[in-house]
Design a binder for this molecule. Sequence first.
Ligand SMILES: [Zn+2]
Length: 486
Amino acid sequence: MAKILIPTPLRQYTGKLSQVDAPGNTVAAVLDALTAQHADLRKHLYNDAGALRSYVNIYVNDEDIRYLQKSETPVTDADTLTIVPSIAGGSATLTEPIAGEAPNPSDDLTNEEILRYSRHLIMPEVGKEGQLKLKNAKVLLVGAGGLGAPLGLYLAAAGIGRIGLVDFDVVDHTNLHRQVIHGTKDVGRKKLDSAADRMRDINPNVRLDLHEIALTSENAFAVMEPYDIIVDGTDNFPTRYLVNDACVLLGKPNVYGSIFRFEGQATVFAYPGGPCYRCSYPEPPPPGLVPSCAEGGVLGILPGMIGVIQATETVKLILGIGEPLIGRLLRYDALEMRFREYKVRRDPHCPVCGDSPTVTRLIDYQQFCGIPQQVTHTEPAKGEIDVTEVKQKIDRGADFVLVDVREPHEYQIASIPQAKLIPLGELGRRLGELDPDDEIVVHCKSGGRSAKAVEFLRQQGFKDVSNMRGGILAWSDKVDPKVPKY
Ligand SMILES: [Zn+2]
């Protein structure tokens, strides 16, 4: 029996198991045995043609099977297989620090700086020379949210001379359990302003560039160009691929971190000679398959851990010390309190950093990730129903069934009393509880999962199914403010 480690996003298909033992002499046989035990997992690992999906990587111990014998890689009972999906993200040896020369590099520290950085200065690995490298370094943080918070705090404190921040969001109450750079008094303020105030208080010597924009293919080069290192703290796939491609094309390292629930990943992509994000994940998962932190939740402390790892790697790259996370994907599981490391290789066939790249300029990343253009409408779209109309139906005793496809723990937080709870993942096997001739209205938190449920029910022959637009959040806004928002 080989051991298979199941990542958090896929545990819903293994009855919440984090580890499954399965027999087999090859990767294919073990995965067959695994998906025989847990049938729902199959469609997440394989496409319709029976090939492994390109946003799911399989490791035997610390090696990617693409660099072994793929599905035919031999497996023994002593081996551990790991499924590493991409989450909302040849090893080079570092000899030279990454920071370029500033136009007017500082060649000295003030007495105030010497006192401030004294615990750095007394370490020979940093010293005055290293602290001057930090002072002359220019780092861009993409995102001032969960990962951006510890990054901003620690990189400012460490004395990075110039820090750019990219964000266009506003602090809200749901940010406060993890985005520790913002305080309760900052709710409603721009994250850029709130983060900048805190960073200036920590270290007034740092030059801050505030970019109140969404990074796009049009502006990415101009925004990123002045910086030595780009730190990716974003929360969505289009921006991750954009940051990756721009880093490769500009020749700047991308210090990568991503988080989901209790699990995080960190590595350094796009360092010259090292792999990039696309070497690891050539294609994004289909929209909606991998939940975001807003949909799936995240332990508040987790971005602290991963952001601090990113900050550490950034400082090491600038100083040119230690062994950087190039070609090594570090995975952290907070529940097990375990770190695991996997090799990531540069793929000579990679479309952006390979030997014959096909992506030589920035593309449309929304389209690449299969995300349709945002349609702004005020009238319900076809198949959607407004919350006020659902309320009227309930009030007049209309004959219909309201189905809530969220999880039971969400139902405990907030619910509509008339709703019948059938979590989306259970809908397939609980179809018998619904009558295809009934009128059915489906709701979730904000409308995403219920849209999938509506599509599924229609495929199953249900004729009169509609999606409650905006979910229970809209219900709280427009029908019953006593229902809490979460
Ligand atoms: Zn690549």
